[in-house]
Design a protein. Structure first.
Length: 239
């Protein structure tokens, strides 16, 4: 089964008619948001809205462990996640889709592991799953590669922080990619993200940032984003 984690603005992925059932999973970390189950290109798919509409969890309060645990419980082995991001690179503009190959973690207050009781160090040499990354970039609608910098939020960044992220080699900045990617690795699921650039990062953008523009770009580009994901599902091998 393939899991799809919908970020800001992506609360559904198929027409309601195709949804077979909806489930909420009880996990050791609390209840998951409602997950939609359906078939797409001959694959079973489980769609989970990261922010749990209705509760509308902000990025630092998302129950990442419950979301990932619930997908594992359903038998998910591969996860495609969507994330809204700001761009740190003038060549990557609002509306672009990017599939990052690496990340830098600047979060600090989130439960970030399933392993609090024993010592487990997962390998992060290849932080995102290459099979899913290839499936997402095969159609050339998405830029292949980039370094995702995850901040704690929920505020946007300062100009000095953005300059630092650029010096460190960051390409994109967002608030929701971590610890999700790490938790998926801890449960041995193959995970990759497709990021939609909603704005140039603070101080690169000529205007102050608002969540309104994030939603506006999402709304404009959502159909293409969903198209790339559906195409990737078709390309992914059954395993
Ligand atoms: N910074 C952090 N997270 C974001 C941004 C940003 O500029 N845009 C969308 N999510």
């Amino acid at each position: 089964m393939i899991g799809i984690i919908g970020g800001t603005g992506v609360y559904e992925i198929v027409h309601h008619g195709r949804i077979k059932s909806r489930k909420t999973i009880r996990t050791p970390y609390g209840e998951s948001p409602e997950i939609s189950l359906f078939r797409l290109h001959d694959r079973e798919v489980a769609f989970i809205p990261r922010h749990s509409p209705g509760h509308d969890s902000p990025p630092h309060m998302v129950n990442y462990r419950a979301n990932i645990w619930a997908l594992k419980e359903l038998g998910v082995r591969q996860i495609i996640a969507t994330n809204a991001v700001g761009s740190l690179d003038r060549n990557i503009k609002p509306g672009d889709l990017v599939v990052p190959h690496d990340f830098i973690d600047f979060t600090y207050s989130r439960p970030s592991t399933f392993y609090d009781e024993r010592t487990v160090h997962v390998d992060m040499t290849e932080p995102y799953c290459s099979d899913i990354r290839s499936a997402l970039t095969a159609s050339s609608a998405a830029i292949d590669g980039g370094v995702y910098v995850c901040t704690e939020g929920p505020r946007f960044e300062t100009p000095a922080e953005i300059k630092m992220f650029q010096v460190l080699g960051g390409t994109l900045v967002g608030m929701t990619g971590i610890p999700e990617a790490v938790l998926a690795r801890e449960l041995e699921m193959c995970y990759a993200s497709i990021c939609l650039v909603s704005n140039y990062a603070a101080s690169i953008s000529p205007t102050r940032l608002t969540i309104k523009e994030v939603f506006e770009v999402m709304e404009k580009r959502k159909e293409d984003l969903v198209g790339v994901i559906e195409d990737a599902v078709k390309r992914l091998d059954h395993d």
